[in-house]
Design a binder for this molecule. Structure first.
Ligand code: BJW
Length: 249
């Protein structure tokens, strides 16, 4: 592991924390090989902005294209694994009284890495529901030629159970996330550009509370200058190094 040196005040904030809230975004899964949203890394993603695919209007206009985009992402996720960033975070939980992981990601990697208290604000790509009536589909009927496949109860086209632009976030998860941010004594923002709301509201709410806040991101974000510590680097390198600095093995 690359040796990274952190300010002593940062290490003691990490070591001394009791209730920790962590907001994660696409950047934490980048080192697992999952492309982020706002960095043009692949042909598919650079041709369309997320705002043009991740909306109910886009699905209504061209359900096949949107479905196939998610099928492509499902297969990327199925063939990828959590990385050292996800794993370090799961280990850190053992050192704190409470860790709440609030994620905008839909890949399920925090849970796969062993994190237990995970709030998924934007849903999960592994669940499927129908567009019209939100009937959950336990099993996909891929024997029919229909793309997307149809709901077995109402014949409406199926879609992933994720949150698109203009849709409400799951209220239970959003309230629990706000509660965790309101109660934490240390807050991390990891791998998110902090431009999508209401998730970004939670980042700014943590900053406003005046508790210790740490950002981990190779690039600057609109929130960077407001954090107590803004660490420029990859989550898969920063988090294992921080774990080692706070609790040397
Ligand atoms: C690394 C790294 C490494 C790289 N290590 N880091 C207030 C103001 C303005 C607008 C709004 C507002 N409130 C609501 C809105 C509208 C809208 C919105 O926010 N628009 C903005 C774009 C302006 N929000 C909504 O519509 C939300 N719903 C809502 O508000 O409902 C109420 C309502 C309903 C009806 C009418 C009015 C109100 C819903 C938002 C849903 C977002 N959905 C998506 C798709 C999810 C499904 C899917 O995956 O397909 O969520 S869009 C996409 O963006 C996805 C992400 O979770 C989300 C955030 O992106 P994220 O994770 O930050 O990724 P990137 O790519 O932006 O950034 C990656 C970062 O990682 C970068 O900074 C890199 O540098 C960094 N990085 N490598 C660490 N190794």
């Amino acid at each position: 592991m690359m040796a990274i040196s952190f300010p002593e005040s940062l290490v003691s904030a990490v070591r001394g924390a009791k209730k920790v809230a962590v907001m994660t975004g696409a950047g934490i899964s980048a080192e697992s090989g999952i492309p982020t949203f706002r960095e043009a890394q692949t042909v598919l993603w650079s041709r369309f902005r997320p705002e043009e695919l991740a909306t109910p209007e886009a699905f209504r206009r061209d359900p096949k294209r949107v479905w196939e985009w998610y099928q492509w992402r499902r297969s990327l996720i199925a063939n990828a694994r959590p990385n050292p960033g996800h794993l370090a975070l799961a280990t850190m939980a053992n050192h704190w009284q409470k860790l709440t992981v609030i994620t905008q990601n839909i890949d399920g990697f925090h849970q796969l890495a062993g994190s237990r208290n995970v709030l998924e604000l934007h849903g999960n790509i592994h669940r499927t529901k129908c567009f019209e009536n939100h009937h959950f589909a336990e099993k996909l009927d891929l024997t029919s030629d229909a793309i997307p496949p149809r709901c077995q109860q109402c014949q409406s086209p199926l879609r992933p159970d994720v949150v698109w632009f203009g849709e409400m976030l799951p209220q239970k998860e959003l309230s629990a996330a706000a509660e965790a941010v309101g109660a934490c004594d240390l807050f991390f923002s990891i791998g998110t550009s902090s431009v999508v709301y209401p998730a970004a509201d939670l980042v700014f709410a943590a900053i406003r509370r005046g508790v210790a806040t740490i950002e981990i991101n190779p690039a600057e974000t609109p929130a960077s200058s407001s954090f107590s510590f803004s660490l420029r680097g990859a989550a898969g390198e920063m988090l294992p190094s921080l774990l080692q600095a706070a609790w040397p093995q």
